[in-house]
Design a protein around this ligand. Structure first.
Ligand SMILES: *[C@@H]1O[C@H](CO)[C@@H](O)[C@H](O)[C@H]1NC(C)=O
Ligand SMILES: *[C@@H]1O[C@H](CO)[C@@H](O)[C@H](O)[C@H]1NC(C)=O
Ligand SMILES: *[C@@H]1O[C@H](CO)[C@@H](O)[C@H](O)[C@H]1NC(C)=O
Ligand SMILES: *[C@@H]1O[C@H](CO)[C@@H](O)[C@H](O)[C@H]1NC(C)=O
Ligand SMILES: *[C@@H]1O[C@H](CO)[C@@H](O)[C@H](O)[C@H]1NC(C)=O
Ligand SMILES: *[C@@H]1O[C@H](CO)[C@@H](O)[C@H](O)[C@H]1NC(C)=O
Ligand SMILES: *[C@@H]1O[C@H](CO)[C@@H](O)[C@H](O)[C@H]1NC(C)=O
Ligand SMILES: *[C@@H]1O[C@H](CO)[C@@H](O)[C@H](O)[C@H]1NC(C)=O
Ligand SMILES: *[C@@H]1O[C@H](CO)[C@@H](O)[C@H](O)[C@H]1NC(C)=O
Length: 793
């Protein structure tokens, strides 16, 4: 999102959006009755006879109603509905609609469909997605989605928000330098996919209708969108930007890594929209690729919804990619035919009419897209109203409950990276004074990251720590860039006198952001010097808190014995300072786990951001990427995180063998083995050929053997048979966050489908279930068991 052109567009559309929503009657008490299209009173005010419009007959199925609506429109009218700002058709009583709203981690005002003012001054701003993901708590992810959609619906009722939200961002964080890691659920495709499914269901699902049989008429609370499809994870790096970048991706990586979260988002989350990205994939702009859009999302995954272009992507195709030397008409014709339904921008509205006249695309291709679009609006109650949500209003936005959920999400996500001599938690009976120093000591806006709105309020770190001790505040640096060491002295002096010192350091949007990738993994400017100098002279224990999305090489702090403890706090949202203080003073025992690998600084010298393959490239000396393919040294591995207590796993029972019976139509496939000696007669079978009704399971006792209550995240990995060449090292197949009281056990059970959890993708992008001895690992420690899988035929 967000090209220069669209910011301009934004302003134009914003004033129009006000017009659209001014049809909502908002009374002095801040409650309102949102107007819906097929309101008889509305039609009579417009001087139209509603009963003559079949599309308003709520006794008919949506498919018939949208067909009626679309067939009433002239070509020119149809074309006017294909941009994010849909003009409406006054003669049919069809109002304008702004499709572009955002709700990545709270209702945002980035899209022109949503805005804040005196009526709605702010909305709850949850931690950015990378920190919320670190909680590894699926019910939390869904609960946040529900809270956000409730606030969004309330804002819609008040004429301040839309119904269609272009969130979440579910691109896999392939490289630590990427500027948009903060928006994503990390580097593991399965975890990213599970985040997507939960957040989308939280946003979209209407209680009681989760499993409706006709998914094309399943009601929606708000509509969400999985983006940016596909292989999008280079923003602007050493002169290569996303508007020109051609991601060269093997079919194997596409299947195994880049597409999986999108497939889960569409198939399991039943998302009602997918957004295609700016970049090209193997030469073809993703918004113009019929294989990616029509064939995969629409065909194979059976999307119930619409496909939208990232803002001005079609223009980018013409002006930047110069794809096929397209004219504007060529470009809109190609994207329509590829399956792109809605243009965030003005290319469709301006050039599709001519494209039809020039015979480059058929009017029926437009009709098809409009039907998808209006079906989504019908499911949202835009035509018939949403009685179950009309009572939502101001009292539902920034409610105490939602603000507390924002704090809870930050507490659950925060990761304890180091805790020498159990320095944490600090004891507030002994620690009466704290020096709170560093560029993020008084962080506010930095805590809400990008795609934010206006938060209800901010609880900065100094505000949070003031609830526990007397705070002496010194910045130590003017800002995150920390270009001068002039303020270090004052921070050191403060640390000399207080019972403990908290240093808040790290990054912000001036370092890692949309359109801004990093070139290194170091702390900026004099931050390292600040930390070391303060730690050198501090009277009490020194606690380092890092705010960042991507990993930072803080090996110097990990090894510095003057720094007793380190926490990673992502960008913790509007309540972040309170959450950090709650963790430091032990009101909350941290249980978050890193959703990305924290590499050493030299990692990024070994390979360019723009090299897409996940596997190592030996000929170029490139190491692999993510924990699935990189087995070199790391600062902190994926899944890492400590607690104030200790957990042990006691494996109770587990599946030892899986026999898959094959019929005559299920054929064995060859696989690349490391040695011929290990060849079996049936190395593997295509997952698509199998019935996939084989399951395996285990039970484990999670024992809290320490003296503090706490939560553990049990992450389960599978590792394919060792003799298979060039596959992943291991992969996450499941996880559960469990709370266990000190000295107690919690018994948990995992059940896995063999096809889903043990498959590999071969060099030709076939997904296969391989025979042989698979290994299941529980956590990053030593507990594991083998499963022998063989085919009987
Ligand atoms: C606003 O609330 C007050 C008190 O509840 C009520 O008397 C008044 O009628 C309400 N105003 C409107 C316009 O609904
Ligand atoms: C996970 O999140 C839910 C919803 O917020 C919460 O009730 C639960 O306590 C969390 N689980 C753990 C183990 O922290
Ligand atoms: C919908 O189906 C899912 C799984 O198929 C199930 O877990 C969930 O409980 C169902 N929800 C309702 C409301 O029936
Ligand atoms: C889109 O896919 C469907 C099958 O899923 C196919 O019938 C149709 O021809 C495709 N359209 C284009 C333009 O490729
Ligand atoms: C589309 O048309 C409008 C009205 O003529 C014009 O203002 C706008 O610049 C055009 N946009 C593009 C991208 O061509
Ligand atoms: C902290 O930041 C806020 C917002 O920028 C500012 O209003 C406040 O004065 C700052 N607090 C201190 C102690 O400087
Ligand atoms: C902070 O200092 C004031 C006096 O300067 C004292 O009254 C108060 O109790 C102190 N608060 C804490 C939490 O130590
Ligand atoms: C600031 O940095 C300069 C250059 O690195 C150094 O000479 C100077 O001693 C530093 N000052 C302080 C107060 O650390
Ligand atoms: C083994 O991998 C190579 C590419 O590295 C490929 O050419 C060959 O066909 C593969 N064989 C099998 C059976 O997968």
């Amino acid at each position: 999102m967000a090209k220069v052109v669209s910011s301009l567009l934004c302003l134009i559309s914003l004033s129009i959006a006000l017009l659209v929503f001014s049809t909502n009657a908002v009374d002095a008490n801040g409650s309102s009755s949102p107007v819906f299209v097929c309101d008889p009173g509305r039609f009579s005010k417009l001087g139209l006879q509603m009963s003559s419009f079949l599309f308003c007959d709520s006794s008919l199925p949506y498919s018939i109603r949208v067909k009626d609506l679309v067939s009433r429109m002239t070509l020119d009218e149809k074309v006017q509905q294909l941009g994010d700002f849909a003009h409406g058709v006054p003669r049919l009583g069809l109002p304008q609609y702004e499709w572009w709203s955002e709700a990545l981690h709270g209702v945002s005002n980035v899209g022109p469909g949503t805005h804040f003012d005196d009526v709605v001054p702010g909305a709850t701003s949850f931690p950015t997605v990378i920190l919320t993901t670190a909680s590894f708590n699926e019910s939390l992810w869904k609960k946040i989605g529900r809270a956000v959609s409730t606030e969004a619906r309330a804002m819609y009722n008040l004429g301040r928000g839309g119904l269609t939200y272009w969130s979440p961002n579910i691109n896999v964080a392939r490289d630590p330098r990427w500027g948009r890691i903060t928006e994503t659920p990390g580097e593991d495709p399965f975890v990213v996919g599970r985040y997507a499914v939960n957040y989308v269901r939280g946003l979209q699902d209407v209680e009681g209708h989760e499993n409706a049989t006709d998914l094309n008429s399943r009601p929606l609370k708000v509509s969400s969108c999985c983006k940016h499809y596909a292989a999008y994870d280079v923003d602007n790096w050493k002169g290569v930007d996303r508007y020109h970048f051609d991601a060269r991706v093997t079919e194997q990586d596409m299947e195994e890594t880049f597409l999986r979260p999108f497939e889960m988002c569409v198939k399991e989350g039943d998302a009602s929209s997918v957004m295609c990205s700016y970049n090209r994939v193997n030469g073809i702009p993703s918004c113009a690729d019929p294989k990616l859009l029509n064939q995969t999302v629409r065909g194979e995954w059976d999307l119930h919804g619409y496909i939208v272009a990232d803002c001005d992507s079609i223009q980018v195709m013409v002006d930047n990619h110069k794809f096929l030397s397209d004219s504007k008409e060529d470009a809109v014709a190609q994207t329509l035919k590829a399956g792109l339904d809605l243009d965030c921008g003005q290319y469709y509205t301006n050039f599709t009419g001519n494209a039809v006249q020039q015979g480059k695309v058929k009017e029926t291709d437009i009709d098809k897209s409009l039907k998808y679009l209006y079906t989504v609006l019908m499911r949202l109650g835009f035509f018939d109203g949403s009685p179950q949500y009309v009572s939502l209003g101001k009292q539902d936005i920034c409610s105490d409950e939602n603000i507390e959920l924002a704090a809870e999400a930050a507490r659950e996500g925060i990761v304890l990276l180091k805790n020498d001599q159990n320095t944490l938690p600090l004891n507030s009976a002994k620690v009466k004074t704290v020096a709170v120093v560093g560029p993020h000591a008084n962080a506010t806006v930095a805590m809400i990251g990008n795609y934010a709105g206006i938060p209800c309020r901010y609880m900065s770190p100094i505000a949070g720590f003031s609830g526990y001790a007397n705070v002496t505040y010194k910045t130590g640096c003017d800002d995150v860039a920390c270009k001068s060491n002039n303020s270090i002295f004052a921070a050191s002096e403060a640390a000399k006198t207080t019972d403990a010192t908290i240093i808040l350091a790290g990054l912000d949007l001036s370092v890692e952001a949309e359109s801004l990738d990093r070139e290194d993994l170091w702390l900026p400017g004099y931050q390292t010097q600040l930390i070391n100098q303060v730690a050198e002279v501090a009277k009490g224990p020194v606690i380092l808190v890092i705010m960042s999305a991507g990993g930072v090489d803080i090996a110097f702090a990990e090894t510095n014995t003057n720094i007793k403890a380190i926490l990673w706090a992502g960008y913790p949202g509007e309540e972040g300072g309170r959450a950090i203080a709650d963790v430091v003073f032990g009101k909350f025992n941290p249980g978050g786990r890193l959703p990305i690998t924290w590499y050493n600084g030299d990692y990024v010298q070994m390979l360019p951001l723009t090299s897409m393959p996940l596997r190592p490239i030996d000929s170029l000396g490139y190491p692999g990427r993510t924990y699935k393919f990189y087995n070199g040294p790391t600062l902190y591995p994926f899944g890492y995180g400590l607690s104030y207590t200790q957990f042990k796993y006691n494996l109770l029972s587990f599946t030892k063998t899986i026999h898959v019976n094959l019929n005559k139509l299920q054929h064995c496939r060859n696989l690349n083995y490391t040695s011929d000696a290990s060849k079996t007669r049936c190395p593997g079978v295509l997952v698509n050929d199998l019935r996939c009704d084989d399951y395996f399971e285990f039970k484990v006792d999670v024992q809290n053997v320490g003296s503090t209550d706490g939560s553990d995240v049990v992450i389960v990995y599978s590792k394919p048979p060792a003799e298979i060449a060039a596959t992943y090292i291991k992969q996450v197949i499941g996880f559960q966050r469990v709370f266990v009281r000190a000295g107690r056990n919690k018994r948990i059970k995992f059940v896995f489908n063999a096809c889903k959890s043990l498959n590999i993708v071969d060099y030709a992008a076939n997904t296969l279930l391989p025979a042989g001895e698979h290994t299941i690992f529980i956590g990053n420690g030593g507990v594991s068991f083998p499963i022998h899988l063989n085919f009987n035929y």
